[in-house]
Design a protein around this ligand. Structure first.
Ligand code: HEM
Length: 477
């Protein structure tokens, strides 16, 4: 009763004990509850119940902007991630203090997209040939989400750790399962009292198991690369170009530097595998459900490739493909929430709302993306809305897949916006271009795109849907 955050309007029952019913309802109906709060409290805030705490949600693009502008020492992304995911226990213990992977993603990974592209393309070809072995004009049926997850894990790890580890089934199994294991650990810790988290956290098995597997694969490679780096220095002419190498160069010299590098690779897999595979599958389902989009995409991709070949520049000039991905991400997305922050100090927002220290605050991503004030016909999938009829190159760039704004927040916004989004954009465009150029698609049993599944605030493209692939039959759609 004396908690000042009780004054913030709640969606669902807020009385003690009854709020647990609200938390259960929120897990089952997060989309409806977030939309209800967004519509009712637009321009202000509301709160929704989790099992262990209330979470404050800012409502509307203006409030999204205000949230990301609050400095880190008052509203912290890192503290929010630690609190929400319990990263120390569920992912890896060293990264809270030394997030070298984030620096490497922002700098080396993003700067070297063009250099990494030939390897990424090679892995895409090899993965599709092995995992979706189409022959002649026969249709091959695959489970959409698991197969796209497998392909993403392989292709991303080609850029993260290179051959042959990126094809190792034991390593890939862990890379693919790990995000779910993190969620299991996080859910268990969310019902453990704060005072016991430090006791229960280290007993959770999943992070230790994953680190054991990654260590077995990566430590010998790291040791060999460290040796060569020391011996050859600047004269190492065929030094590998991948994230593992940049992490080796970036890691501070300390006793645990090899562990830090392994943990950074595991954490990068956590951050990238499911976010990218869910985003790819959402787009794939739009393609399979509406094959009429194949023609304009094929036309664009073929025209661009004729002039520029398979280069970074070519991918950057595939505006329709870019718009297709952005529109799919706007309408679907990976999570109903984004721009997560934790108040490290008491904060008063511009509408007068008082947020006490320790409160978790988010922006409502799906509701923002389906707000008619932000988008015309917001519930309609209009794949080329960001590429068609753009007056200038500048307009296009402002509305490209990777560009965030207060009304487009699938990658967050501001200082902590996803540092892997430039890599994700190139990877997803290269994979979709490969699919569009080489295959015909349809859902098994025909029909349109199935409904997404919301689990809490997580959004999955129908996990059991099957997609049929066949070698492209015509030179055009
Ligand atoms: C389409 C795929 C992806 C989506 C939708 C996505 C989305 C996000 C979101 C919403 C955040 C939090 C931003 C915030 O709350 O302000 C984030 C953070 C992050 N993402 Fe991504 N991401 C994707 C792909 C990737 C990839 C491929 C990588 C790695 C190469 C990556 C690495 C990270 C990291 C390390 C962070 C934490 C940043 C920090 O600590 O400041 N993400 N991502």
């Amino acid at each position: 009763r004396f908690d000042p955050s009780q004054k913030i309007p709640a969606i669902g029952p807020s009385a003690p004990l009854l709020s647990y019913i609200g938390a259960y309802r929120y897990f089952r109906h997060a989309q409806d509850m977030l939309q209800k709060g967004y519509t009712k409290y637009r321009g202000s805030v509301f709160r929704v119940p989790l099992l262990d705490q209330w979470v404050v949600v800012v409502s509307g693009a203006k409030m999204n902007e205000e949230l990301w502008r609050i400095p880190d020492d008052k509203m912290s992304f890192l503290a929010a991630a630690q609190d929400f995911i319990q990263t120390k226990y569920t992912i890896a213990p060293l990264l809270d203090q030394l997030p070298i992977h984030v620096k490497v993603m922002r700098e080396q990974l993003t700067r070297n997209l063009g250099v990494l592209l030939p390897g990424v393309l090679d892995e895409i070809h090899a993965a599709f040939n092995e995992i979706i072995p189409t022959l002649g004009n026969e249709w091959v049926s695959i489970s959409g989400l698991p197969v796209m997850t497998h392909i993403i894990a392989r292709v991303s790890n080609r850029a993260f750790v290179g051959l042959p580890i990126c094809r190792d089934s034991d390593y890939l199994d862990v890379a693919m399962k790990f995000p779910m294991d993190v969620m299991k650990g996080k859910s268990i810790l969310s019902i453990v009292p704060k005072s016991l988290k430090a006791v229960v956290g280290p007993c959770l098995p999943w992070s230790r198991r994953a680190l054991r597997c990654f260590s077995a694969h990566l430590k010998p490679v790291i040791a060999e690369r460290q040796r060569l780096l020391q011996e050859l220095g600047e004269d190492w002419t065929d030094k590998p170009i991948d994230m593992l190498m940049w992490l080796i160069e970036e890691a501070p010299s300390m006793e645990q530097s090899v562990d830090l590098i392994v943990q950074s690779i595991l954490s990068s897999n956590f951050a990238s595998t499911h976010t990218s595979s869910i985003s790819l599958t959402h787009a794939l389902y739009h393609l399979a459900g509406s094959p009429e989009y194949m023609h304009p995409l094929r036309e664009e991709i073929e025209n661009v490739l004729k002039v520029k070949g398979w280069t970074k520049d070519a991918l950057s000039n595939m505006w329709r493909l870019d718009s297709f991905l952005r529109e799919s991400q706007r309408l679907n997305g990976v999570s109903g929430m984004s721009v997560m922050r934790k108040a490290l100090k008491d904060v008063t927002l511009s509408d007068g709302t008082y947020i006490p220290t320790g409160t978790m605050v988010y922006a409502a991503a799906t509701a923002t993306h389906r707000d008619p004030d932000n988008y015309d016909n917001p519930d309609m999938f209009d794949p080329f809305r960001f590429s068609d009829a753009k007056e200038s190159e500048n307009d296009r760039i402002k509305q490209q897949y990777v560009s965030t704004s207060p009304d487009y927040i699938p990658f967050g916004h501001g200082k902590h916006a996803c540092p892997g989004r430039f890599f994700a954009s190139h990877e997803l465009k290269a994979i979709l271009a490969h699919i569009v150029l080489n295959y015909d698609l349809q859902f098994e049993g025909g029909g349109g795109r199935p409904e997404n599944l919301w689990l809490g605030t997580g959004i999955l493209p129908a996990p059991n849907a099957k997609i049929m692939f066949r070698n492209r039959q015509t030179s055009d759609a």
